[in-house]
Design a protein around this ligand. Structure first.
Ligand SMILES: [Zn+2]
Length: 530
């Protein structure tokens, strides 16, 4: 009916060359893809964790730009990688199992899948090592004290701790960047001297470490079928296969602070002995780094107030001088695996129920929000979790990937201590065991070597002994390794890398958005007509 001539007459369009039209169409296609990515990037965010010597870490939502790769550039990267592997240098594929650059963004999935495949076939092979030394961890050590000898010793011990970790974990994407500070906590935050009371261990923090940032991501085709999103600390996320655009990874993976007011023990040679009133710096550095790698829980008392509610973290903020709440952060990936020991049910289900309360992202005044929460079903569930967590010992546990090893998390009867409970393994259960490291309390007068020695005499179950060649005579016991594996850390026993998608990062999801459909329709129409 409508011939080309018809449109020519009606629209009186100018005549363009074929090449012009093709170029314009390509340009418009790129433009629309870029627009969609811009829209989708606004929905993506990361969580920055700020350490706070006075107590709680503060969480802050930061909008992120995903390293937007249009389909075209993905295509280009893939072609480039195939070229580099097969034509550019055919030996490349034999050379390295990991990606040595900090930015993993240009590594297409196929470069990592291939070596992992071969790694899995040679389990526990001696050649099975991830990145080591400076390729595995890089430490920016800021020493804020005058004694340069102590500074040097602390930095050495910190490097030793990082090296020890790279012996048991498979680090594919490195170096993991750590910003570590040795500073007087007394001077920094407790001018009243409350933190300087050396005899009161509850008041005196040894040190603390936290992921620098976490990113919400969801598993792609997970075995357990759970495709909800959880927060992945950056160091962990970098080890996984990211099946979406990459987030803007931050310049550090972990921040750590150590208290210079502690009487530290630094091992300089094997004959050194720790004094009774000293703390082993290596012990604390290793313990804290493990937290920074993802051994952290989101569960705490609601808004960190003395309520008898346990909840995941709420998004708090200030607007027009008033405290407001904007819904909830996703739970940390660690929390996905916590089970109620009695029933085997997952605590995350209670978490998700709690998070159904006011989770539209709207700003609500804190008082109004709280009033509603007290009356809500979510409030009831939060109370139940609190009751559980303070009911006694061995309430919460985490099961190993191979379903053969149960690890109990720290709980205390009639008391919940944020940062101590649930975010550590049970103190009593694992004292004098190979799993001493992630207990909540650090002993005085014993260094890691003493504790490894003590643990090696303890009774172990068959399951605990299973991968003895992996953990024996190290600071990392079978339970600790099992938990790290469970949350997704590749180890020598389980070197596989999980596939995740950083949420709101995919173009395909955004195309479903109705505005985008309209836009695509209009542009397509334009392209057909002109
Ligand atoms: Zn700890």
């Amino acid at each position: 009916m409508f011939s080309n001539n018809f449109w020519h007459t009606v629209l009186k369009r100018p005549q363009h060359s074929k090449i012009y039209n093709i170029m314009r169409n390509i340009f418009l296609n790129i433009l629309i893809l870029q627009y969609i990515q811009l829209v989708s990037s606004k929905k993506s965010y990361r969580v920055d964790h700020h350490l706070n010597v006075l107590g709680n870490t503060e969480w802050e939502t930061v909008p992120i730009n995903l390293k937007g790769k249009s389909k075209l550039s993905t295509l280009y990267t893939n072609v480039k990688s195939i070229y580099n592997k097969s034509i550019g240098n055919p030996f490349n594929k034999y050379m390295s199992i990991g990606n040595h650059e900090y930015e993993t963004a240009d590594t297409p999935i196929q470069t990592v899948e291939e070596p992992v495949q071969s790694l899995t076939n040679n389990k526990l092979d001696n050649e099975l090592v991830g990145l080591q030394g400076k390729d595995a961890f890089k430490i920016d050590f800021n020493c804020k004290i005058k004694n340069s000898d102590v500074c040097r010793k602390a930095e050495n011990e910190f490097n030793r701790a990082a090296n020890a970790i790279s012996q048991v974990l498979m680090i594919y994407s490195g170096p993991i960047l750590i910003n570590a500070t040795l500073i007087s906590f007394c001077e920094l935050a407790h001018s009243d001297g409350s933190a300087c009371n050396a005899d009161d261990p509850t008041r005196r923090k040894l040190g603390q470490a936290y992921p620098y940032s976490s990113f919400p991501a969801k598993a792609v085709y997970p075995e357990d079928g759970d495709t909800d999103s959880y927060l992945y600390p950056q160091a962990l996320l970098r080890q996984l296969v990211i099946d979406s655009d990459f987030p803007d990874f931050q310049s550090y993976d972990i921040t750590a602070e150590f208290n210079a007011d502690v009487n530290w023990y630094f091992e300089e040679d094997e004959n050194d002995r720790i004094d009774d009133d000293q703390h082993d710096f290596f012990y604390v550095a290793t313990h804290e780094l493990i937290h920074g790698l993802g051994f952290i829980s989101s569960w705490r008392t609601l808004l960190d107030m003395p309520f008898e509610y346990l909840t995941p973290r709420a998004k708090v903020g200030v607007a027009k001088g008033e405290n407001i709440i904007m819904g909830w952060y996703q739970m940390q990936i660690f929390d996905k695996y916590i089970q109620l020991n009695k029933t085997g049910s997952y605590l995350k289900e209670m978490g998700k129920k709690i998070m159904t309360y006011e989770n539209s992202g709207e700003m609500i005044k804190q008082d109004t929000w709280l009033e509603g929460f007290h009356l809500s079903e979510s409030g009831q569930v939060a109370q139940e979790v609190y009751d559980l967590a303070t009911s006694g010992k061995n309430v919460f546990s985490i099961m190993s990937l191979d379903k053969d090893l149960i690890t109990y998390l720290q709980t205390i009867k009639n008391k919940f201590v944020a940062g101590t409970c649930m975010g550590h393994i049970d103190n009593d259960e694992y004292t004098n065991k190979p799993d001493f490291l992630l207990r909540p309390y650090v002993p005085k007068g014993e260094d890691v070597d003493d504790l490894i020695e003590k643990g090696s005499f303890s009774y172990l179950s068959e399951e605990e002994k299973k991968q003895k060649d992996l953990w024996y005579k190290t600071a990392f016991g079978p339970h600790l390794l099992a938990i790290l594996e469970t949350i997704g850390w590749p180890t020598k026993h389980h070197p596989e890398r999980r596939v995740v998608e950083v949420i709101n990062a995919g173009i395909s999801q955004q195309i479903i958005n109705s505005w985008n459909i309209i836009l695509i329709f209009i542009v397509s129409l334009y392209l057909i007509l002109f």
